[in-house]
Ligand binder design. Structure first.
Ligand code: AMP
Ligand code: ZN
Length: 493
């Protein structure tokens, strides 16, 4: 019997603002779509956090025995600056600045994205469609929306008629906005004069002569709107109505609101049963964002080569840090927070490493079955990973008690106990046990610490030739020493 038959998940549905019992459209199967990156620059840790949260959701659903079709797209065209309907395409702009082809930009940052996800031990999605690979589907969708009376063409561009749509449907139901308020709050920007109303959004844009990424269509040589891409790709692979749609909180409006409108206008149905939104990652108290420059790249955090943090952190420590708060909470990335997570992670790994040596004896003095269910209950409650981690620390306590002979465990329970820990630590949280205290990495870092100490002694003895030699030779093998007010730290290139 698959596990999902005995476990009931509740998901916080952004559409209704409530935690709801999850029931897939087809028993045993789940269709899940998550908006992927726009591949015009290196992913920052904020992006990684959102994808990491959905990686955990994907992992847990699979763990319950569901057959999950997880679609996460690559946006490689149509996403304009400021998420607006006018302005330059983000990818074309980068191509112009770097004097390379737009598709070289796409290739470079798609490869970067995949590399980063590998480092963080992500499971690949089932399908990773690109916007440029689905132009035909998008044109078809526009034709249907025009035929249904919810879009109009002006000068080769096609716009979605939000006011017409709102006469029969509820535009704003996901983001809890009212069209009247939007009317009062929308600034009319240059270049939007083709629209009947400023709230309308582009389904197809006619390309200016200098715009390189263009495709023929019934209306003009041009390119599709960003919102339309996700509607075309999600419904192509998951059906007109599917189970879960995820993305970062910042995509709720207008992106996801427009996805709902497009699907209702084209197919007459709301596309998604459960809308999930991951909250934002902040860096030292303010939102991490490419546009403000308040970002740290994963590589910089992993190598320690950055101006924000005192040392390098491993991918699993960062995953653990992320899982220590709910995907729905804002998470502030700070050195203290990461140091705390690192300690916690090692403590958990130390406990996991004791598991093979644990011995069963007699009957259990701990209720392992109840503990196991508590782990599932935590994840069933809208993927509450911080509570799950609290139960895993409870398990670490049991491990010590059993080891010290203060508690006993039967052989059946021991098997369940080990399996459950392995399932949640490795399969669900996606942590990797490659940075425990016995690992090569830690021995190496111990060795660097010894060299740092020797260098300090050399400096204290005014033997600067030796202290410089230690610094320079370490630099030659890719280890940079940094002298700060709290002593010397190092980073690995
Ligand atoms: P983009 O490439 O900008 O379209 O963003 C890709 C994904 O990362 C989207 O789901 C965004 O919502 C998400 N995202 C962007 N900034 C952050 C942040 N600071 N924290 C969490 N998620 C973010
Ligand atoms: Zn999207």
């Amino acid at each position: 019997m698959p596990l999902y038959q005995s476990q009931q998940i509740k998901i916080y549905n952004s559409l209704t603002g409530k935690k709801e019992v999850f029931k897939p459209i087809n028993e045993g199967h789940i269709g899940m779509y998550v908006c992927g990156p726009t591949v015009y620059s290196n992913v920052h840790l904020g992006n990684v956090r959102t994808f990491m949260s959905f990686d955990m959701v994907f992992r847990y659903l699979k763990q319950l025995g569901y057959k999950v079709r997880y679609v996460r797209n690559i946006t490689d065209a149509g996403h304009l600056e400021n998420d607006a309907d006018a302005g330059e395409d983000k990818i074309t702009k980068k191509a112009r600045l770097e004097e390379i082809e737009p598709m070289e930009v796409v290739q470079r940052y798609t490869v970067d994205f995949h590399n980063i996800l590998n480092v963080f031990n992500f499971l690949p999605p089932s399908i990773e469609p690109t916007a440029t690979g689905h132009i035909i589907e998008q044109i078809e969708l526009i034709n249907t929306i025009i035929a249904n009376g919810y879009a109009y063409e002006v000068n080769g561009s096609v716009y979605f008629d939000v006011h017409k749509f709102n006469e029969t449907n509820d535009y704003g139901k996901l983001s809890k906005r009212k069209l009247d308020d939007l009317i009062h709050n929308t600034r009319v920007l240059d270049g939007q004069s083709d629209k009947k109303n400023p709230q309308d959004f582009a389904l197809w844009k006619k390309a200016e002569p200098q715009h390189i990424m263009r495709w023929p269509s019934p209306w003009s040589d041009g390119f599709p709107g960003w919102h339309l891409e996700c509607t075309a790709m999600s419904t192509k692979y998951l059906g007109e109505r599917f189970d879960i749609h995820g993305g970062g909180m910042d995509l709720k409006f207008p992106h996801h609101e427009c996805e709902i409108a497009q699907n209702e206008a084209a197919k007459g149905v709301s596309p998604v049963n459960y809308w999930m939104h991951a909250n934002m990652l902040e860096l030292n108290g303010s939102r991490m964002s490419k546009s403000t420059g308040n970002t740290v790249n994963p590589g910089e955090l992993l190598s320690g080569n950055n101006k924000f943090f005192s040392k390098a952190y491993s991918p699993s420590v960062i995953r653990f840090f992320n899982a220590q708060s709910s995907y729905r909470s804002v998470l502030d990335l700070t050195d203290d927070g990461l140091l705390g997570s690192e300690k916690g992670f090692y403590r958990l790994m130390d406990a996991v490493n004791q598991l093979p040596a644990l011995k069963a004896s007699g009957t259990s003095s701990i209720d392992i079955v109840a503990w196991k269910q508590k782990c599932y209950d935590a994840m069933n409650d809208d993927f509450n990973s911080p509570i799950l981690i609290a139960h895993l620390f409870e398990a670490a306590k049991y491990i010590n008690q059993i080891k010290e002979g203060q508690a006993s465990i039967s052989s059946d329970d021991l098997r369940t106990f080990k399996d459950t820990i392995n399932i949640f630590v490795f399969d669900v949280l996606g942590l990797e046990n490659n940075s425990n205290s016995d690992s090569g990495t830690d021995k190496l870092s111990g060795a660097v610490d010894v060299l740092i100490k020797l260098r300090q002694e050399a400096r204290a003895n005014k033997d600067f030739a030796l202290s410089d030699k230690i610094r320079d030779e370490l630099a030659e093998v890719g280890i940079q020493l940094k002298d700060g007010k709290d002593g010397t730290t190092y980073s690995v290139n």
